[in-house]
Design a protein. Structure first.
Length: 326
């Protein structure tokens, strides 16, 4: 027994994991959420469900074995759709073969430790509330703008999940009634207008209809290779077409922000995700839309801020879920 243990100073530990299509990352944390140890491995989703689960369990097992205190809970942030109460994952698009996977049960059987599973965007909201840009506020909305658009809502320390665990799919609110089709089957979703995928798609459409832009040169002369990063780079250099594409995406995002203000009356809307690296190209038209579309009483009392936790937000969210659940 260590001197710390003999003095009764050892706190409980929890494990938070972030399951993505590329990597599975875990952290051992103490009661305060401080990371004590971190590990990661490639997901290798193309090898199939059993191989991925074996890698996940091996990594978590290493962390448990190396922990200096008992592990009180495990929590995993995972892509949806999923049931956050039963811990069942249903066919996420970036994890082939994951059809009704009872992740909670699998990990509890393997380690005998209470295990919790949450949607990664929802847990990102919980992470920013507990450890990040929205520490201590009564109500926040989190929006992530990357390949797609996701989100989560925390009120008085609790996630708003809805009857089936699917609440706060902010990327699928309709912004433009007759807008472009979204992968969800709807038209004019925020995701179909403001995501990185949408920005690239709109830029390609402009080029295909004859617009002249340096985006084409940045993509090596191949129209279909244009990415959101190319659009941002061209817009920063003064390219008119790229600037228009970014303005439209940012404005659509701002319309979504106004909707969220009216729906939830949050103290803070936290915005994260890779597309936010565009900076003022995205945020200036976003603020314009909020000023034009949101009722002043709402916009005056809601701050829109950048997320603080970056790529660690999923792991922090899982740690937050573990700490609040055990």
């Amino acid at each position: 027994m260590t001197e710390q243990a003999a003095a009764g100073l050892v706190t409980r530990h929890v494990i938070g994991g972030d399951l993505g299509g590329t990597r599975f990352r875990v952290a051992l944390a103490d009661d305060s959420g401080r990371f004590i140890q971190r590990k990661s491995c490639l997901t290798e989703a193309d090898r199939g469900l059993a191989a991925v689960l074996d890698r996940m369990k091996a990594l978590v097992g290493e962390v448990i074995n190396e922990s200096s205190a008992p592990v009180a809970a495990i929590a995993i942030a995972a892509p949806g759709p999923l049931d956050p109460w039963k811990g069942i994952i249903y066919r996420p698009p970036n994890l082939p073969g994951w059809d009704e996977v009872h992740l909670k049960e699998i990990f509890e059987d393997a380690f005998g430790v209470p295990t919790f599973v949450g949607n990664d965007a929802n847990l990102a909201a919980l992470a920013e509330w507990r450890f990040g840009a929205a520490r201590g506020v009564d109500c926040l909305v989190y929006v992530t703008v990357s390949t797609g658009v996701g989100g989560g809502v925390v009120e008085k320390g609790r996630l708003i999940l809805g009857v089936g665990g699917g609440a706060a799919e902010v990327g699928h609110m309709t912004i433009e009634m007759n807008g472009p089709y979204c992968n969800c089957g709807n038209r004019g979703c925020l995701e179909a207008l403001a995501s990185g995928t949408a920005i690239a798609r709109r830029a390609i459409e402009r080029l295909q209809t004859g617009s002249e832009s340096t985006m084409l040169q940045l993509a090596g002369g191949i129209v279909e290779s244009v990415t959101a990063e190319h659009v941002v780079e061209a817009a920063r250099a003064g390219d008119k077409v790229a600037g228009e594409v970014m303005h439209n995406a940012g404005y659509a995002l701002g319309v979504g922000m106004a909707n969220l203000m009216h729906l939830y009356d949050p103290a803070i809307i936290v915005v994260g995700g890779g597309v936010t690296n565009a900076g003022e190209l995205l945020f200036a038209p976003m603020r314009q839309a909020i000023a034009e579309r949101a009722m002043k009483a709402f916009s005056d009392r809601t701050n829109v801020v950048l997320a603080e936790l970056g790529d660690d937000v999923g792991v922090y969210g899982a740690v937050a879920l573990a700490l609040t659940s055990c």
